[in-house]
Design a protein around this ligand. Structure first.
Ligand code: MTE
Ligand code: HPA
Ligand code: MOS
Length: 773
């Protein structure tokens, strides 16, 4: 298949077209699961959740709940007819706790009632018999106790001990980085509708309909063919709906199967925050050896990741951390180790960047430290370490960097951000302003595109052409606001050269396209776009044959343009050709399948080519820091991002802006806080601060790198966009470090998130340096 095949003029792909639901989002007419008309008899479900972080579950007494008006029942582990499993990778990850509760918010039982509030009130009336056990809450404590959910992973290249022993300079440090709640607007929800003969239809707010289908079938003891999962759209997923929806859908389906009634389960924000996983917080212990120019000779990093109570996706998350610890830099001798620490906190999961952010903030801290210790310009230290001819192009995990755009991207963003002028201006400001300090930082990213588990890199699509020339499109990807549906529709409209509104976008459904991967790893449009392209191209080839016969010309003469099919001076409408093809009994429907080529990964040696290609980007951020209150503000951000030949630059710009602000939130204001008993105390918008509209940099210059088609054969030579720019938000944190460094001149001691408290501590420390000096 040739993606560069002659399409007379690109009219739809590459255009900045509004999200297909944009107007309906704004008008409140886009339907989410909670907006669906409820069927008669619909029950509502709520969870009974563990109030303690660790304990022995002896049982519970639901009699008071069951006696309440409108309560339909209470079900738990022993009531599961099939298997009590929801793990995305491994077995043994149970939906309902069996004899141990191992985090606050652990699901114990599900209560169903005739309305939402009754279900919630009844859930609170279930009396739990739990014998408290000592919880392990701290990751370093878990590491000391060798309490892990998985064996360690290691990426090793060269001889790091030798490199560190002979390096002219050696620096080391420890970085704490916090987790992050997804805070999607729509909390987890599922609506399960029982059918005849044991069938179950589940509407789930999920990035992974196939996993919901399989686990619902497993829980109910059915074959997968008895369960269909559908999702029209999510109100945000951000990775939080990659594995976690099985918990909610599984419980709703259990109630529906037990009662024979439809069951809707929607989590209140607090329950969503305590019962479902988040981004992994980490501790990184690092040691680097460098030469006099700051060139890295060897880097040793040990990561402690908070897995929580069980593995979930922690394995591949750590793999991505270890394969992004290089970021953009050649590291000849490397030892990156990741430990999956088991704690009595909710199991952490996928979150935009999927372990990449933790690797990238670590290496950027290393680079920043090298520069400040050696009194070099941080950007110069970056530049001497970039992959390239002078350094090398082999990553520590064995993939060659073949499409390097680092110098191009960083030079361009430094120029457009007027780095030199502003650096001087900010230094001058800081020289005379002791209270409000300003800081400036630039950072690059290189992000690997593909699931790091090779088998997940496949997708399917289903395309029908109807006799009026309208087109029906279905594929395995899910829509969570990121604009996947419009992009894939653009691809299909482009192939047939019809107006975009001739392509009907439909709900993702396991009955239409089976065995799909999660819409994740930023691969949605790469995978599903290509599968749809293949399906549409196959139908078009058959239609072209019919047209050539009709006009009595060679197939090469046939041209599709603006909804018509031309042969020299003659033409018919696309719909007329569809009718003609039907009359000749030609198939006007096709299922496309795509598997990413060239990739492989050996999980034992941790070497291979896990990524089809890399996405590049760079950002410059400027901040102001109030040294008396610790408050910070990003005043300006300049971003340049490589998206290949974009399918839809308007959507991509929105993705870049959103990802940057979400990344900025991770490193500044979003703080998860557990008390000493292991209870999460940041459980809603009043205690957990996500960036608001006023936190968006007032000067926000976002650009897409022009005219850089992907060197790999992706759909119309585009590149993925969903996750990479999140890591550019780290530039805000680096700029805060820069502002603090202006106080004492040393290396700032700053963890992430840089909350006002953390900034104040760091400022005090820097002032101490200044006094010592
Ligand atoms: N954008 C919006 N608006 N909402 C989301 O939930 N999720 C992000 C990103 N952008 C998300 C989003 C994550 S984590 C991923 S992996 C990608 O979208 C998934 O979609 P894609 O592969 O189609 O880019
Ligand atoms: N990203 C998101 N989800 C995943 C990945 C990944 O790289 N690998 C396995 N699941
Ligand atoms: Mo995104 S974390 O891969 O769903």
């Amino acid at each position: 298949m040739n993606i560069d095949a002659k399409i007379v003029h690109r009219s739809i792909v590459g255009k900045g077209i509004a999200h297909d639901s944009a107007a309906r989002h704004v008008a409140g007419e886009a339907n989410y699961i909670d907006d669906m008309p409820e069927l008669p008899g619909t029950l509502h479900a709520a969870f009974v959740l563990s109030p303690v972080a660790h304990g022995k579950l002896n049982g519970f007494d639901a009699s008071e709940a069951l006696a309440m008006d409108g309560v339909a029942g209470v079900w738990a582990a022993k009531d599961v007819p099939g298997h009590n499993e929801v793990g995305p990778i491994l077995n043994g990850e149970t939906l309902f706790a069996e004899d141990i509760v191992d985090h606050e918010g652990r699901v114990i039982a599900v209560v169903a009632a005739q309305d939402f509030e009754t279900a919630y009130r009844a859930a609170k009336k279930v009396k739990l018999d739990i014998e408290k056990l000592e919880p392990v809450l701290d990751i370093e404590e878990a590491h000391r106790r060798k309490s892990y959910v998985l064996p360690p992973q290691e990426v090793i290249e060269g001889d790091v001990d030798k490199a560190l022993a002979s390096a002219p300079h050696v620096f080391s440090g420890k970085l704490h980085m916090g987790g992050q709640d997804h805070f999607y607007l729509e909390t987890h929800i599922a609506y399960a509708i029982p059918g005849e003969n044991g069938e179950m239809l589940v509407h789930s707010s999920t990035q992974h309909p196939t996993e919901v289908q399989h686990h619902v079938a497993g829980i109910l003891g059915l074959h997968a063919n008895a369960v269909e999962c559908q999702v029209r759209r999510m109100g945000g997923g951000f990775g939080g709906k990659e594995s976690q929806p099985t918990i909610i859908a599984g419980a709703a389906a259990l109630v529906a199967a037990k009662t024979g009634k439809p069951c809707k389960m929607r989590l209140k924000r607090r329950d969503d925050m305590i019962a479902t996983g988040k981004r992994h917080d980490y501790v990184a212990n690092w040691k680097v050896g460098v030469d006099g120019r700051g060139r890295i000779l060897g880097l040793d990093v040990e990561y402690l990741a908070r897995a929580g109570n069980l593995p979930d996706l922690t394995g591949p998350v750590i793999t991505r951390t270890l394969t992004h610890t290089d970021n953009s830099y050649f590291i000849p001798n490397a030892r990156f180790i990741g430990h999956a620490c088991k704690t009595n906190t909710v199991s952490n999961t996928a979150f935009r960047g999927f372990g990449g952010p933790q690797g990238i903030i670590t290496i950027e801290t290393v680079i920043d430290t090298i520069a400040r210790e050696l009194r070099l310009d941080p950007n110069a230290v970056r530049a001497v370490n970039y992959y390239g001819d002078e350094t090398g192009d082999m990553t520590p995990y064995g993939q060659k960097v073949e499409d390097n755009r680092l110098v191009e991207v960083t030079d361009a963003v430094l120029a457009s951000a007027e780095w030199q002028y502003r650096r001087a201006e900010i230094d001058a400001h800081n020289a005379t302003n002791p209270v409000i300090r300003r800081g400036l930082a630039m950072m690059p990213i290189k992000f690997g595109i593909s699931f790091n588990l090779t088998s997940l890199n496949q997708a399917g699509a289903l395309v029908h052409v109807y006799l009026d020339g309208s087109i029906f499109l279905n594929h395995g990807g899910t829509e969570m606001g990121q604009g996947l549906f419009v992009k894939v529709a653009q691809v299909v409209a482009e192939v047939f050269q019809v107006e975009l509104d001739m392509v009907r976008i439909s709900s993702t459904a396991t009955g239409k396209v089976p065995n799909t991967s999660a819409t994740a790893a930023s691969t949605g449009s790469d995978l599903n776009g290509m599968a749809a392209f293949k399906a549409a191209t196959a139908i078009k080839a058959r239609m072209t044959k019919v047209a050539a016969e009709h006009f009595d010309v060679e197939e090469e003469v046939i041209v599709y343009r603006e909804g018509r099919v031309h042969a020299d001076n003659h033409s018919i409408s696309f719909g007329e050709l569809a009718k003609m093809a039907w009359a000749k009994r030609v198939q006007l429907s096709e299922a496309g399948h795509y598997a990413t080529p060239k990739i492989h990964w050996d999980g034992k040696t941790m070497k291979g080519r896990p990524f089809f290609y890399f996405s590049y980007g760079a950002a410059v951020a400027e901040v102001a820091v109030d040294t008396l209150t610790g408050e910070t503000r990003c005043l300006r951000a300049d971003i340049l991002q490589d998206v290949g030949s974009p399918l839809n630059p308007a959507i991509d710009l929105g993705q870049i802006e959103g990802a940057f602000v979400q990344g900025m939130g991770w490193v500044t204001c979003e703080e998860l806080w557990w008390d000493k008993a292991g209870k999460l105390r940041t459980v809603g918008p009043s205690t957990y601060k996500i960036p608001g509209s006023r936190d968006v940099p007032p000067q926000f210059n976002v650009r897409i790198l022009d005219n850089v088609p992907n060197r790999e054969e992706t759909v119309f030579r585009s590149k993925a966009i969903g996750e990479p720019p999140l890591m550019l938000g780290i530039s805000v944190w680096l700029a805060i470090r820069d502002a603090i460094a202006s106080i004492g001149g040393g290396v700032p001691q700053l963890d992430s998130p840089a909350t006002p408290e953390a900034v104040l501590r760091s400022v005090q420390d820097a002032k101490g340096h200044a006094n010592d000096a």
